[in-house]
Write a protein that binds this ligand. Structure first.
Ligand code: PLP
Length: 384
């Protein structure tokens, strides 16, 4: 049997491996490393959630309330809460259009099972690489459209060209730039005119300030041309628990039915305990907790920006992101600069080149950390 030759199209992870080796070496020397590289959350899960999960465990230990396999699409109790919350985001969806998942990453590639092979796929970049890599593995034809400082990393549709699928992430990882109503409307019209499907990654939607669409379905016409992928990882601290959801609207051809068929043969659902934990957040107290946590991370980002400003380093000044996307000093590649940061001040940053086309010349700092670590990292940046 031949291997999948598309593996050769994936970038080797040498950029990250290099930095990892360097981090280990410095740790062995006893240095205190502050890791603002990987976008993993550092603060614990809200007690409101863990209490609901403990109660769910009790349910399972009782013969009368024990449950086996969950419904592959997700329990109605969680899908209905999500549908009600969508109304507050200006989107009217039926719980039948919502599919509970084990997070967003796998979904960025799983959705490709809805489409034929060899699709022409456009990625607005720089971007989180998982979707592009999944498409390369499928043998799809991947093209990038890079944003830049001039267009605030929000590119316009390439009107003269056609694609089958378009991946958009808002707010974007790594740049933090967010699409407003007008920007999204433009892409929706372009998708409708060209017959493309938008795969909308809203993994960071909780970070959007008021006035920005939290869902692509807040814009008319989106239900005919978009699939939305969301995650509880960053808003609820669920990077370890694993839960999110994907929306495949009924108006989108026959894809909703096909997706049900697909999960019927490929997925056995997300655990009851996990879904009960996620459900607990859909109340006034839960929403207040999430808002506070998001504001905490965003304040961290502002603290990092002050340090970068002092060093005369350009950064993308958005207010919708747990990341700071900044420019390396002139003449320094993103990889070189991240190595320098690590060697000189023991702070890990992610090289922009890891975020595919358009990322070279930039670096990303994650603000998902304790205030103590962020303040320490900022002090260290000032000594660079
Ligand atoms: N999409 C983007 C843009 C991300 O940055 C991430 C994780 O960092 C994901 C999706 C994956 O999230 P999850 O933890 O839900 O798999």
């Amino acid at each position: 049997m031949k291997i999948n030759e598309n593996f050769s199209k994936l970038e080797q992870n040498y950029i990250f491996n290099d930095l990892k080796i360097q981090v280990e070496r410095q740790k062995e020397r006893g240095e205190e490393i502050i890791d603002l590289g990987i976008g993993d959350v550092k603060l614990p899960i809200f007690p409101l959630i863990t209490s609901a999960m403990k109660k769910a465990c009790d349910d399972l230990s009782d013969k009368k309330s024990f449950l086996g396999y969950p419904p592959a699409q997700g329990y109605p109790f969680l899908r209905e809460k999500i549908a009600q919350n969508y109304l507050l985001e200006g989107a009217n969806l039926n719980s039948d259009e919502i599919f509970i998942t084990d997070g967003a990453k796998g979904q960025l590639g799983n959705v490709l099972e809805l489409f034929g092979n060899g699709a022409k796929v456009l990625f607005l970049s720089p971007c989180y690489p998982a979707g592009a890599e999944a498409n390369l593995l499928y043998g799809n034809d991947v093209t990038f459209l890079s944003g830049n400082q001039e267009n605030s990393f929000i590119p316009y549709p390439p009107y003269a060209k056609n694609y089958d699928l378009i991946y958009i992430c808002s707010p974007n990882n790594p740049t933090g730039s967010a699409f407003d109503h007008e920007n999204l409307k433009e892409w929706i019209i372009y998708a409708q005119n060209t017959g493309a499907i938008i795969i909308y990654d809203g993994a960071y939607s909780a970070f959007l300030p008021d006035g920005y669409p939290k869902s692509i379905y807040a814009i008319s016409g989106a239900k005919n041309c978009a699939i939305e992928i969301r995650s509880f990882s960053k808003s609820l601290g669920f990077t370890g628990i694993r839960c999110g959801f994907t929306v495949v609207p009924n108006q989108l051809k026959n894809y909703n039915q096909l997706w049900k068929r697909r999960i019927g043969c490929r997925f056995n659902g997300v655990s009851y305990v996990t879904q009960k934990g996620a459900e607990a957040i859909f109340c006034a107290k839960g929403k207040e907790e999430v808002k506070k946590r998001i504001n905490f991370y965003k304040t961290n980002a502002e603290i990092l920006k002050i340090a970068l400003k002092n060093k005369n380093l350009w950064y993308n000044n958005t207010v919708s992101s747990p990341y700071v996307f900044a420019k390396t000093p002139k003449g320094t590649t993103s990889r070189e600069f991240c190595k320098q940061m690590l060697e000189k001040i023991s702070v890990v940053a992610t090289p922009g080149s890891g975020f595919l086309q358009g990322g070279e010349g930039y670096f990303r700092l994650s603000a998902f950390d304790t205030r103590e670590n962020i303040l320490k990292a900022s002090d260290r940046i000032l000594t660079l």
